[in-house]
Design a protein around this ligand. Structure first.
Ligand code: PLP
Length: 228
């Protein structure tokens, strides 16, 4: 066994224990990892990968075309990149304005299934700049829900990094409350995309059903931000 496959198997054991039979999706976050690493992880039982940088992801996908991987885009999205994302991803977790959603819907080929969408919500107040303000999430959900080539699935959040478990819990709980409010307004949602390497266990306790995990599977990334 390589150290990667060992790491993944230890993680999956822990994950399966926590999940205790509930439906729960694991997105393996492979930003900065090579295509070879993704290939090996796929063969260790990880079929879903999340990427943050459009060009990096597309280069990797080209080398992995022989594998039935489901690709999720989870990074900040710029308008000039929506076409590539519409062509190359099944899911987008980071929608925080209508313009991005409209472009993705218009640019998604009609012979492909709709893109599965999560709205990214800023649950960290001033501490974060990404994500829609919680009190604007319902209006954005309503506007997205009528776009033809998108299927709105749920909400995503990245709380500010914190050692304070109570604070993290309250951030995750807030996202769940918001999901319930949007559903009460008549828009069905089935996904709460919350939890990363440092906090997935807490997120799962607070109702997450999709976690996005990178370093706990692949080891720590270089701290240098990856160039777009
Ligand atoms: C990098 C990233 C992750 C994974 O982070 P880890 O701490 O390595 O698990 C999850 N979600 C998003 C949006 C990310 O950018």
């Amino acid at each position: 066994m390589t150290s990667l496959s060992q790491n993944i198997s230890v993680f999956l054991d822990h994950f399966n224990q926590l999940k205790a039979g509930r439906p729960l999706t694991l997105v393996a976050v492979s930003k900065t990892q090579s295509a070879d690493v993704v290939r090996e992880a796929f063969h260790c039982g990880l079929p879903i990968f999340g990427e943050n940088y459009v060009q990096e992801a597309i280069d990797k996908q080209a080398l992995l075309q022989d594998l039935p991987i489901e690709w999720h885009f989870i990074g900040p999205l710029q308008s000039n990149k929506t076409k590539l994302v519409a062509e190359h991803f099944s899911w987008v977790h980071s929608i925080d304005r209508l313009k991005l959603a409209e472009r993705l819907s218009a640019q998604r080929a009609m012979d492909l299934p709709p893109i599965q969408i999560c709205i990214q919500v800023n649950v960290s107040e001033e501490a974060s700049k990404s994500g829609v303000n919680p009190n604007e999430a319902l209006a954005l959900a309503q506007a997205i829900s009528v776009l033809p080539q998108l299927q709105l699935r749920g909400l995503m959040a990245i709380p500010e990094p914190s050692e304070d478990e109570t604070l993290l819990r309250s951030r995750f709980a807030q996202l769940k409350v918001l999901k319930n409010q949007i559903e009460k307004a008549g828009i069905p949602l089935d996904t709460l995309s919350m939890g990363m390497s440092a906090d997935y266990a807490i997120a799962m306790e607070e109702g997450s059903n999709l976690i996005r995990v990178g370093s706990a599977l692949f080891g720590s990334r270089s701290p240098k931000p990856h160039p777009q």
